[in-house]
Design a protein around this ligand. Structure first.
Ligand code: NAP
Length: 518
C-alpha cells in the first residue's frame, strides 16, 4: 500500500498587522540577533568540515553587522563532495520513494515550526521586509509539500499501451549527482526548491549556495540532517562560484546542474557542462533559470489605480531584486500622463529603512557592489530618459537606494534592454496596444509580463502574442505561487523548467521502459 497524501495547499501567510503575529516575529528577530556572528562548517562526505578560510556574511541593512561566517571549500573539498555524492547515489536511489517523500514532509513540518526564525534570518541576511520574508519561507515549505506529492505521482506513471503477449511499464528513475547552484534573492525558497526537487527524485546533491546568503543555506542543511536525510545524501559546498563553480560543473561524475541566476553565469555553465570530460558517460543535463526584463503593459482602458499599484509593487517589492520584477512599464499614450502622475505620487509614499522594522516597505539592496552597479544604471537612465523620482542613494548605514522611475525611455535604451536587478523602473509611451505589445516583446528575455486592460480581445491577443513564460492579466507580474503559477522563462530567461509545476521533477528523472514477454 503506497503513501497517500491530502491535496496540496499553499501555506497561509501571517498577517503582521495582528499584534500576536508581530510579537512572534519580534521574538524571533531578538533570538536570531543573539546568534549573529556564529561560524558555520561545510558539510562534505557526511561530516562537518572546517577549513579556516572564512566567508563573512553581513547584514545589508547595517553593513558592518556580521550575520555569520562560513568555512569555504577548497577545490579538493569540492571534488570530494562530488565523489562522495557519487558513491552514495546507488543507496539513496534505492531508498523507497515513500521513505524519501516522508523525509521531505518531515523537513517541511520542521520549516513550518521554525517559520518565524527562518523569516528572521532572511530579514538579517538578505534585507527582505517581513512580508517578503514570510512569502519566501512559505514558498520553501510549499516546494517541499508540492514536490513530495509530485514524486508520488511520478512513481505511479500513466499506464502504457500493452502489446499482446507482453507487459510493459515506464519507471522514472533518478539521474545521479546534481550540483545545485541557487541565487541569493530567494535565499530560502529557491535554494530549498532546487535542492529538495533533486533529492526527493532520488538524486544526491552538492549544494553550492550564493556567497551573499550562505548562513541561510547552512541553517537549511542542518535542518535537512535533523529531519533525517542521510548524511551522505547532501553536501554543502560553500565557496565562490568563480573558485569552485567550474570544478563542480565539469566534474565527470556530475550528472546534472540545476542553476538559477544571471544570464552570464547561466550561459557559461551551459557551455562548460556541454563539454564531454574524460571518463564521463552521459550528456550532462542543465536546468538554467536566468534573468528577466519584465514588462507591464497599461492599456488605454485599464483600471489605472490598479495598474499603478501593480506596477509599483512589481517594480519595488524587495527593492526590485526579483527576476520577475517589473522593470519596464509600457503605457498607452492616452493615459500616459495621468499614469505617471499617479505613479510618482504612489512611489513617493514608499517608506524605506532597515528590513527589521515592519513599517518599512523597502529595505537595502544586497551589497555594496550591487548598489554601485545600480547607481551606474540610474545615471545612464538620467541620460536616456526623464528622471521622474528617486535617482540616487537613500540614507542609512546599509546599501539603500531610492525607488527610481525614469520616464520617456526609448526601446533602444540600455535601461529598457538590460537587466538592472534593483529599484529602477523605465516607463515608455506606446502609440497604441499594437505598439505596446511589440515593445514588450522587444527583449532577449521572456520571463514574466503583465497586461492591464479591460478589452477582452486585447487580453486574448496578449495571451497569444506576449512571449513570456509567465503572463499575468490584470494583476502584478511578481508573486508566483507554487502549484498555481509554475515558474520559468523563455529565450534568455532560461530553460523554462517551470518550478512549482507538475513537470518540474521530470528534469531530475529519466524514464526506463521495461517490457516483458509473458
Ligand atoms: P549570479 O551572480 O549568476 O549567481 C548565481 C549563483 O551562481 C550563485 O550561487 C553564484 O555563486 C554562482 N556562480 C557564480 N559564478 C559561477 C561560476 N562560474 N560557476 C558556477 N556558479 C557560479 O546571480 P545572482 O546575483 O545570485 O542572482 C541574481 C540573478 O538571478 C538575476 O539575473 C535574476 O534575474 C536571476 N534569477 C532568476 C530566477 C528565475 O527563476 N529565472 C530566479 C531568481 C533569480 P557566488 O555567489 O559564489 O558567485
Amino acid at each position: 500500500m503506497s503513501l497517500t497524501l491530502p491535496p496540496f495547499q499553499n501555506e497561509p501567510y501571517s498577517d503582521f498587522t495582528k499584534a500576536p503575529n508581530r510579537r512572534a516575529m519580534d521574538l524571533a528577530l531578538a533570538q536570531v540577533r543573539l546568534e549573529l556572528g556564529r561560524t558555520y562548517p561545510l558539510w562534505i562526505d557526511g561530516s562537518a568540515v572546517e577549513t579556516g578560510d572564512l566567508l563573512v556574511s553581513t547584514n545589508p541593512s547595517h553593513a558592518s553587522e556580521v550575520v555569520g561566517s562560513c568555512h569555504k571549500a577548497s577545490a579538493e573539498l569540492a571534488t570530494e563532495a562530488v565523489e562522495s555524492a557519487f558513491s552514495y547515489f546507488p543507496k539513496w536511489a534505492a531508498t523507497p520513494v515513500d521513505k524519501r517523500v516522508q523525509l521531505l514532509l518531515g523537513a517541511a513540518a520542521m520549516l513550518r515550526q521554525r517559520q518565524q526564525e527562518f523569516n528572521a534570518w532572511l530579514i538579517v541576511e538578505s534585507g527582505k521586509n517581513w512580508n517578503e520574508a514570510e512569502a519566501d519561507t512559505g514558498e520553501a515549505i510549499d516546494f517541499c509539500e508540492y514536490y513530495a506529492r509530485q514524486m508520488l505521482r511520478w512513481s505511479h506513471p500513466e499506464p502504457l499501451v500493452q502489446m499482446d503477449g507482453e507487459t510493459s511499464k515506464l519507471d522514472y528513475i533518478p539521474l545521479g549527482v546534481g550540483v545545485i547552484i541557487p541565487p541569493w534573492n530567494f535565499p530560502l525558497a529557491i535554494m530549498v526548491g532546487m535542492t529538495v526537487a533533486a533529492l526527493v527524485a532520488g538524486n544526491t546533491v552538492v549544494l553550492k549556495p550564493s556567497s551573499e546568503t550562505p548562513v541561510i543555506a547552512a541553517k537549511f542543511v542542518e535542518l535537512l540532517l535533523e529531519a533525517g536525510f542521510p548524511e551522505h545524501s547532501v553536501n554543502l559546498c560553500i565557496g565562490s562560484g568563480s573558485v569552485v563553480g567550474d570544478l563542480l560543473v565539469t566534474h565527470p561524475k556530475t550528472r546534472f546542474v540545476s542553476f538559477t541566476g544571471s544570464r552570464e553565469v547561466g550561459l557559461r555553465i551551459n557551455e562548460l557542462a556541454a563539454k564531454h570530460q574524460p571518463g564521463q558517460v552521459w550528456i550532462r543535463r542543465v536546468v538554467a533559470e536566468m534573468g528577466g526584463k519584465d514588462a507591464i503593459i497599461v492599456d488605454e482602458n485599464a483600471d489605472l489605480d490598479a495598474a499603478v499599484t501593480g506596477v509599483m509593487l512589481s517594480a519595488f517589492g524587495f527593492q526590485g531584486q526579483k527576476c520577475s520584477a517589473c522593470s519596464r512599464a509600457i503605457v498607452h499614450a492616452k493615459v500616459y500622463d495621468s499614469f505617471l502622475e499617479k505613479l510618482k505620487a504612489k512611489v513617493e509614499t514608499i517608506r524605506q529603512g532597515p528590513a527589521e522594522d515592519v513599517e518599512n516597505y523597502m529595505g537595502p539592496v544586497i551589497s555594496a557592489g550591487a548598489r554601485k552597479t545600480i547607481l551606474g544604471y540610474m545615471e545612464i537612465g538620467k541620460r536616456e530618459g526623464r528622471l521622474l523620482t528617486g535617482g540616487g542613494m537613500a540614507a542609512g548605514d546599509g546599501w539603500y537606494l531610492q525607488p527610481t522611475v525614469i520616464a520617456d525611455v526609448a526601446p533602444s535604451a540600455r535601461i529598457f534592454q538590460e537587466e538592472i536587478f534593483g529599484p529602477v523602473l523605465a516607463v515608455t509611451k506606446a502609440r497604441d496596444f499594437e505598439e505596446a505589445l511589440r515593445m514588450a516583446n522587444d527583449s532577449e528575455y521572456g520571463l514574466t509580463g503583465a497586461v492591464y486592460s479591460q478589452d477582452r480581445a486585447r487580453l486574448d491577443r496578449a495571451s497569444r502574442e506576449f512571449h513570456v513564460g509567465n503572463l499575468y492579466l490584470n494583476r502584478k507580474c511578481t508573486g508566483a505561487m507554487v502549484g498555481a503559477h509554475p515558474f520559468g522563462g523563455f529565450n534568455m530567461s532560461g530553460t523554462d523548467s517551470k518550478a512549482g509545476g507538475p513537470d518540474y521533477l521530470l528534469q531530475f528523472l529519466q524514464g526506463k521502459l521495461i517490457a516483458e514477454k509473458v
